[in-house]
Design a binder for this molecule. Structure first.
Ligand code: PMP
Length: 443
């Protein structure tokens, strides 16, 4: 929407149409000719409202204002904020929307340096480097960190940006069962010694890649166990905190803070600014030497236009609010609210009989539909009742593990959540997805 100064990406509703279209394209491929009835639907276009922290959005033409339970707007910073927005507007007036320069050719400003210092301090690492896009942060950094002769061991449910970066790196890639430290150890043992007593270590580097909160599962990483294994086998740890930084931990510092892990034990900390900070871009935080090396060698730093300054200002300001450096307690209130909202919503859904994945404190809440055929019914019925949810299916999930993925925000009120619960209850009965109905009370 033109009102949205943070440049928050438009969200995609009506994903059922996307899957139907993919299916048509597949069938078309099989028959080797176009199918005349293939629908033209791709992504629905929506209108967002910046004056209520993108809590609601409008599906153009088809439906009126909906309660937005689909965006990663965890702390409600994705639009008008009394501290961030005036500063973003000021920086837009002062600097405009683009630096039109790469970081090395006049595109590094005082604000870029301030952003990197602020991110490093916030996540608890000596240094950080920022990029204009979260996806690119993973896909461009991994090929710089590892190459032929190195080994990447990646969680089986890692995000596509990690998969792409790992593939593009030329390193050997092995996958371990999702969030299963014992299987990670098995893979490491196999790869280091081929199952035989260890004679030599055949890899230049070994990097184990995990996510803080898994975006399709809502699950917290078993980070302490994974770190212990990485230490034992001298492997580097790479942690993607796209969904956890800002969203969990007493002061919003992500899964390390929540799970009591010392950030010194995580070698490479990655995150995005597109969720909790309501901006765009991504970061890598690590040792001074690592960040210096990346600044000299990473093509996405050397050859890409630097992150836009209004976006940088939004991140710096959001971090100040989270840390209470704006002189208010709004940051602490937001953190308390997202935790309360997430735990309330998860437990209410469970009480109703839904199968909800993920852990307490996680704002990501997949409701299992299983059968992909239930996707259109679920999302359309919710939309009819003015609740917007994102539905996810193959290839983002295994074929028979379709789900609706709810993202809770600190900007949702109890009234919003109660309204959504009423709608889900009705639609859940209609579509038949209350897989654990409560026992009927004995009279
Ligand atoms: N990593 C993970 C785990 C993600 O879920 C995403 C996107 N949601 C990204 C990286 C890419 O981030 P961005 O959308 O900011 O480009």
């Amino acid at each position: 929407s033109p009102n949205n100064l943070q440049g928050y990406a438009p969200i995609c509703l009506g994903l059922e149409d996307f899957y139907i279209r993919r299916l048509y394209l597949r069938i078309q491929d099989c028959f080797g000719r176009p199918i005349s009835s293939a629908p033209d639907a791709w992504f629905d276009v929506v209108e967002r409202f910046s004056n209520d922290n993108n809590k609601t959005l409008k599906r153009t033409e088809k439906i009126n204002r909906c309660l937005n339970l689909g965006s990663y707007n965890y702390l409600g910073f994705a639009a008008a904020d009394e501290y961030c927005t005036p500063r973003v507007i000021e920086s837009l007036k002062k600097y405009s929307s683009s630096t039109c320069s790469t970081r090395v050719d006049g595109g590094t400003t005082v604000l870029h340096n301030e952003l990197e210092e602020s991110v490093a301090r916030f996540v608890g690492k000596p240094a950080a480097i920022v990029f204009g896009m979260g996806y690119v942060t993973n896909s461009a950094i991994l090929p710089v960190l590892v190459g032929k002769g190195s080994l990447i061991i990646s969680d089986s449910l890692n995000h596509n940006s990690i998969v792409n970066g790992a593939r593009g790196s030329g390193a050997t890639v092995r996958v371990f069962q999702h969030n299963t430290p014992s299987h990670l150890e098995e893979v490491l043992r196999e790869q280091i010694a081929g199952g035989q007593p260890r004679t030599h270590r055949p890899w230049k580097k070994i990097v184990v890649i995990v996510e803080g909160i898994y975006s399709m599962e809502g699950e917290l990483c078993k980070l302490p166990e994974i770190i212990a294994i990485c230490k034992k086998y001298k492997a580097y740890t790479y942690l993607d905190e796209a969904h956890s930084i800002g969203a969990v931990g007493k002061t919003g510092r992500g899964v390390c803070e929540l799970l009591g892990v010392d950030t010194a034990d995580v070698d490479i900390m990655m995150g995005t600014f597109t969720k909790s900070f309501g901006s765009c871009g991504g970061y890598i935080a690590g040792s001074k030497e690592l960040i210096q090396y990346l600044k000299y060698t990473c093509p996405a730093h050397l050859y890409a236009t630097s992150i836009s300054l209004p976006a940088a200002e939004q991140i710096i300001s959001a971090i100040r609010v989270i840390l209470g450096e704006d002189g208010s307690s709004r940051g602490a209130q937001k953190l308390a609210r997202i935790r309360e909202n997430s735990n309330f919503f998860r437990s209410e859904l469970q009480k109703m009989g839904f199968e909800v994945l993920g852990d307490n404190d996680s704002p990501v809440m997949p409701i299992m539909l299983y059968n992909p055929a239930k996707i259109p019914a679920f999302s359309r019925e919710c939309l009819k009742q003015n609740v917007a949810v994102v539905t996810v299916a193959f290839p983002a999930t295994p074929l028979l593990l379709a789900r609706a993925r709810i993202c809770i925000s600190a900007s949702h009120t109890r009234e919003d959540l109660n309204k959504a619960l009423e709608v889900f209850s009705r639609v859940g009965d209609l579509v038949g997805i209350k897989y654990f109905p409560a026992e009927p009370k004995k009279l």
